[in-house]
Write a protein that binds this ligand. Structure first.
Ligand code: RB5
Length: 159
C-alpha cells in the first residue's frame, strides 16, 4: 500500500452517510490529511444538496485539493456536486473505478454510498482514489470536452 501525499480534503454527508463520513474522517486524519468536515453531525434528516454544494464549492474555489461526499447511495451527492463548475464527482463502490476516475476523468470529488459500502471497502476505495494521479494525454482531451460543455452550456451537437 502506497503512502499517501498529505492533502486538504473537504468532507460531508447527509444523515444516511454520517456514520461512514465520520469513519472516513478518522481514516483520513490518521493518514496525515487535513480534513474540513462540513457536516452533517447527527442522525437528523437533512437535505443532501446542501452538503454537496458546500464541498463542491470548496473544491471549485481551490480551498481544498479534493472532496469526499457520502449519502445513502452517493448518487444524489454526485448529481448535485457535478452541477458546480469545475467539479468532477464520481460514485464508486469498488477500487477499480475509484482509481480510474482519477486516472482517466481527473475526478476531484469521490462519492460513496453509506447504505452501499461498508467501512473496509470505503477505505480501499479512498486509498485507490488518493494514490492515483491523472494520466493526461488522450484523457485530458476528453476532460477538456466536459469543461467546454460546462463553459458554453448545452446547444446544438458539435460532434
Ligand atoms: C436519504 O434517504 C437518501 O435519499 C440520500 O441519502 C441519498 O441516497 C440520495 O441520493
Amino acid at each position: 500500500m502506497t503512502d499517501l501525499r498529505p492533502l486538504r480534503i473537504a468532507l460531508a454527508s447527509d444523515h444516511a452517510g454520517v456514520a461512514l463520513k465520520d469513519h472516513v474522517a478518522g481514516w483520513l486524519r490518521a493518514r496525515g490529511m487535513q480534513v474540513v468536515d462540513h457536516g452533517t453531525h447527527g442522525g437528523a434528516s437533512v437535505h443532501y444538496p446542501t452538503y454537496a454544494i458546500a464541498v463542491a464549492r470548496a473544491v471549485a474555489a481551490g480551498e481544498v485539493d479534493l472532496g469526499v461526499l457520502v449519502c445513502g447511495t452517493g448518487q444524489g451527492m454526485a448529481m448535485t456536486a457535478n452541477r458546480v463548475p469545475g467539479v468532477r464527482a464520481g460514485v464508486v463502490c469498488e477500487t477499480f473505478s475509484a482509481r480510474a476516475i482519477r486516472e482517466h476523468n481527473d475526478a476531484n470529488v469521490l462519492c460513496l454510498g453509506g447504505r452501499v459500502v461498508g467501512p473496509g471497502l470505503a477505505e480501499a476505495c479512498l486509498q485507490a482514489f488518493l494514490e492515483a494521479t491523472f494520466q493526461g494525454g488522450r484523457h485530458a482531451e476528453r476532460v477538456a470536452m466536459m469543461t467546454d460543455l460546462e463553459r458554453r452550456g448545452d446547444g446544438p451537437a458539435r460532434g
